[in-house]
Design a protein around this ligand. Sequence first.
Ligand SMILES: Cc1ncc(COP(=O)(O)O)c(C=O)c1O
Length: 445
Amino acid sequence: MAAPITDLSTADRFWADADRHLVRYAGAGDFTREIIDHAAGSYLFTESGRRILDFTSGQMSAILGHSHPEIVETVRRQIGSLDHLFSGMLSRPVVDLARRLAGTLPSPLEKALLLTTGAESNEAAIRMAKLVTGKHEIVSFARSWHGMTQAAANATYSAGRKGYGPTAPGNFAIPAPNSYRPDFLTPEGELDWRRQLDFGFEMIDAQSVGSLAACIVEPVLSSGGIIEPPAGYFAALQEKCRERGMLLILDEAQTGLCRTGNWYAFERDGVVPDILTLSKTLGAGLPLAAVITSAEIEQEAHDRGYLFFTTHVADPLVAAVGNTVLDVLTRDRLDERATELGAFLRRGLDDLAARHPVVGDIRGRGLLVGVELVVDRATKRSSDELGALVTRRCLELGLHMNIVQLPGMGGVFRIAPPLTATEDELAEGLAVLDQAIGDSSARWS
Ligand SMILES: Cc1ncc(COP(=O)(O)O)c(C=O)c1O
């Protein structure tokens, strides 16, 4: 047994214990050096008395802010009456949530499987797609993130592929359509996404052993750097899937439930996926996820003996939370709110871009916004160091920001405040970002 650490201040002891006893799970990243004591609304409060504005909604999940009074009340009530069940048993919160989710979605999406995390929902969706198609090959974007469990990680290309042995045979990537850094060009110098998509599927067809089951993609790639595929892209992608007998799985872990100004990001594109996965935002910070599909696909899966029996499938506690999330989103019209706040944020960021040449690009939709930093707007050259400096300075000044740093891409801030944030809070965040970029560019140059 490890000897206890003595003679340290309580904060030093906390970090000594953390350093000694916690597995570091963030790759090259480190823990944020703050001890978070509590959180409320758009703010985190540290043990040392600092207040930090949360521009990432926790892990892009807390769409109603932290400790929303109605969520707190639901958890208190539900845990006191019905918490968890044998996985083959049902309760009212589960069936209510499944029915209500179907009511927010276009036909034929009407059958839900309620789970806990994003990776798990994608695991279940891919498993279902393989079973109903009788095939095994899975296509996703080269900048994707679908989670850390086996099938989800096999379809994740933005990070974490190296060092863990072979992925399942039959996982393929297509290029992500990044309009800011186009690889296939029209004569006007813009992204030629049709040619890029054709090329991607030419490569897939060349590699496939004739067993293409599904394509799994995010409607806005978040961990990949807030890449928003152009209008028309998803309809064309769905066509590619149809031609090959593949199912289209949309992963709306971050974009679902009003974040982008629509209830679901795919609404913009006029496509309906064969399978939709929801997670982060559905529980607004609590572990709830869903796989939603048509009655036809569900029937086929069932006929073939679909098995996804887990400990926390159909748990009443988090299902009750999901119902409250739907209540608040609907009553407070948070889809419209995301559009309004997104426009406010965008104006503020455009103003920053006009004054700071390191702001290379601003993109995204609603309250899911990306800001790409570059050290030279003409060449779009990036610097990991600059992104890290700005992130650190923001935290010193009381703003939590997340930056994505991927090879060949600059640092991209992912800005996703709670949908319940006020304009004053967004303005406060913009002011901090302004100062942090100014201070960091001065130090860096
Ligand atoms: C689009 C997307 N899908 C899936 C996941 C995985 O979710 P989880 O971490 O809950 O397993 C994430 C997490 O960042 C995500 O962004």
